[in-house]
Ligand binder design. Structure first.
Ligand code: TPP
Length: 382
């Protein structure tokens, strides 16, 4: 790389740090938002924050089992990016998936019930926190294998292209996922085949307890790796809703109009530990660092400040939004609590196997007849 090119990349990599919210507000993509839409975006961010808070409480009460990865601090990323999507655009993400789910329009009830393992959950109580899905909203999960959703998202983009649709796929991942081999294979095909996919790295600075600096070889930023695959890239201030929208808009235009992929690196921060089981998160990062983000860079506080300045919100209306979000989250926990668990007969539903194998495998024949013999000899008989 020539010295000149490197200087350009450094500048681009650091661009997110000194974005000016007032300048961003003047951009056409942000200007076109009505007051009502701005209130909606703010409300969506607050709803995510309150939903996550309520989920944590339910987990501590023993109502939710398994893993629980919370999205508090990252709300502007899901809400800002998803606010730009149209009918043929799709979303796929990792296990920190509650924010994206609510942003695409899934209800708190179906999400909370899913975590409670209830039949009324979006995945009928069989998926849990990491596996929220809503195909009717072009929302393809919720994936637990780090980086595993990236080839899938690239495949969605491939399908859109084959079908001749003017759509794209937003494929989100963490800063740790970027080092997975499958991510690079997907990058290669996206660049090679001109796929309308937008890879969104939600860089919250840590992968479990490992900081990004300790896990990733990179010259200026993670998004810059896109250059190796001939893809465009940019960096985004994940605390500024208007910046998220501005950069995502450019990437969506590129996908829709030129069928070209983009890598966006959104600089953000998670307030909680990696999952609720990560009790040591104040050991690998300082209390002061967490406090600095909460007090000076919080995406909800910054958006509220901007919208109050614009006359879109008042302190009072913001409080009402917060109260309503809290009530909605509480009601979703009550709904989940009262909902039934999946019936035993649903054990064989929604599985992947083919019913065409008749006569080839006695065990499959038994299963097709509704019988299942467990390893311990127990028999399930429909
Ligand atoms: C293939 C694979 N390897 C390891 C894990 C264990 N694991 C779960 S989350 C995680 C960290 C990923 O961090 P990052 O991609 O930065 O996402 P974040 O949690 O910060 O959102 C790891 C290593 C896994 N689930 N899958």
């Amino acid at each position: 790389m020539t010295a000149k090119k490197k200087t350009k990349s450094v500048k681009k990599a650091e661009r997110w740090q000194d974005v000016d919210v007032h300048e961003l507000a003047k951009l056409e993509i942000n200007q076109r938002l009505t007051d009502e839409e701005k209130v909606r975006l703010y409300t969506d961010m607050v709803r995510i924050r309150r939903f996550e808070g309520r989920s944590l409480r339910s987990y501590q009460e023993g109502k939710i089992g398994g893993f629980l990865h919370l999205y508090e601090g990252q709300e502007a990323c899901a809400v800002g990016t998803i606010s730009l999507l149209g009918a043929d655009d799709h979303v796929i993400t990792a296990y920190r998936d509650h924010g994206h789910a609510l942003a695409v329009g899934m209800s708190m009830n179906e999400c909370m019930a899913e975590m409670y393992g209830k039949h009324t959950g979006c995945s009928k109580g069989k998926g849990g926190s990491m596996h929220f899905f809503a195909p009717d909203k072009n929302y393809w999960g919720g994936h637990g294998i780090v980086g595993g959703q990236i080839p899938l998202g690239t495949g969605i983009a491939f399908a859109l292209k084959r079908q001749g649709k003017k759509g794209c796929c937003l494929a989100y991942m963490g800063d740790g996922a970027i080092n997975q081999g499958a991510v690079h294979e997907a990058y290669n095909l996206a660049g090679l085949w001109d796929l309308p996919v937008i890879f969104i790295i939600e860089n919250n600075a840590y992968s479990m307890g490992t900081s990004q600096a300790r896990s990733s070889a990179y010259p200026e930023c993670l998004a810059q790796r896109a250059e190796a695959y001939g893809m465009d890239w940019d960096t985004v201030n994940g605390n500024i809703l208007y910046d998220v929208r501005a950069k995502t808009y450019e990437a969506i235009k590129r996908a829709h109009e030129e069928s070209r992929p983009t890598v966006l690196e959104v600089f953000t921060y998670r307030y909680r530990g990696h999952s609720v089981a990560d009790a040591n998160h104040e050991k690998y990062r300082s209390k002061d660092e967490i406090l600095d983000y909460k007090e000076n860079k919080d995406p909800i506080t910054l958006t509220r400040k901007q919208f109050i300045e614009e006359g879109v919100l008042t302190e009072e209306s913001a409080k009402d939004i917060d109260k309503a979000a809290m009530e909605e989250a509480t009601a979703s926990a009550e709904f989940a609590d009262k909902s039934p668990f999946p019936p035993a007969t649903s054990i064989l539903e929604d599985t992947y196997w083919s019913m065409d194998n008749k006569g080839q495998d006695p065990q499959i024949d038994e299963l097709n007849q509704g019988r299942f013999i467990f390893e311990d000899g127990g028999v399930y008989d429909k």
